[in-house]
Design a protein around this ligand. Sequence first.
Ligand code: SUG
Length: 448
Amino acid sequence: MKSYEVNFDGLVGPTHNYGGLSYGNVASQSNSQQSSSPKEAALQGLAKMKALMEMGFQQGVLAPQERPDVAALRRLGFSGTDAQVIERAAKEAMPLLVASCSASSMWVANAATVSPSADTADGRVHFTAANLNCKYHRSIEHPTTSRVLGAMFANQQHFAHHSALPAVAQFGDEGAANHTRFCREYGEAGVEFFVFGRSAFDNRYPAPQKYPARQTLEASQAVARLHGLREDGVVYAQQNPNVIDQGVFHNDVIAVGNGEVLFYHEDAFLETEQMLAELESKLAKVGGKFQSVCVPRSAVTVDDAVRSYLFNSQLLSRPDGSMLLIVPQECQANERVWAYLQSLTSSGGLIREVKVFDLKQSMQNGGGPACLRLRVALNETELAAVNPGVIMTPPLYGSLTAWVEKHYRDRLSESDLADPQLLLECRTALDELTQILKLGAVYPFQIN
Ligand code: SUG
């Protein structure tokens, strides 16, 4: 049976703004308070989805969330009508209003961890929504994420959904941004690679000194258990704490994998040799031949990687078995990174082509091509069981573009977040979106 990797991209929501909310994420910190363009952000994301669809890849779309999250503000003690809640928060605690307005659900690599059916004990595709416990503005995403994923992958015979892990730092879980899967074919059993930043219960693992390590070993282990993964089908590795302290807040900022290939920076991991050997031997057990491409620090520094987002790229398999790398334009702007990419694609290796995308609106908050997509490997039967409303087609691209043009603002700055009209605009837009994507009622304003 045929199998595919389907990339579901997060659609940028109407409140996209630069709130400076993510300590440890260099771009989010340095662009804080700039004015944003939600319309441009959403169109840039849609252009990437369209391009991948036109290249022949299976492409889907994941809906944004209702923001400001008035219910979250109510839980923090603001009361009255929705407009009063927003006005009071703006007056008394602007940072909380900003957090409740974040469009951060666009970075769907953090929405969930997904294990394909070939890897799981019950032969279903498993999803665990990420608790995103490290940042308040992201910790409020998972209930709606679960409902949206449930509406997209609604067939219980093929899809199993787990709610987010306990909402405490010990089980900090950032989803697929720290999870990679190696396999020969997408439909065959593979090896799932979980990268963690620290251990909550075992102090033998060193922790970063400056910035938070968002993913814990214990969270990754819990996800592997929930999904029913074989011991031989899992490899855990610790991220180098020094790179977390340089702004590598997720593994997907310093490594990316696809098929049998891991593309990574020399400084990405601790115990790299041991980890590579384990990946090689476990992949061999399921008939695969592991390959790694290490980018030396002499060619590209960690700082270059963080600024350019070289590794936050999408590594895609082309029909002839070679690979294509989708990178943000910031890679072209960095001389060393661009020179490295030229030498990589002309070296005769597996990665033959680089395609550049303008994702500046998202990049300025630390979200590159890989952050914007959630990969779901599906066989033909499973793909047919996905809600067809969320699979990208030329007509859907047309409808979504028109929808963005109609509902999104060109500019948004912090003071605009206090405007209760923004909530109404967001709800009107999302109500229409659920009809376009055929999701049913998934948002708090639709179900309460
Ligand atoms: O969690 N930025 C996101 C970026 C997530 C990128 N995802 C991956 N690497 N997979 C984060 O730090 C910034 C929001 C603000 O500052 O307004 C933010 O949430």
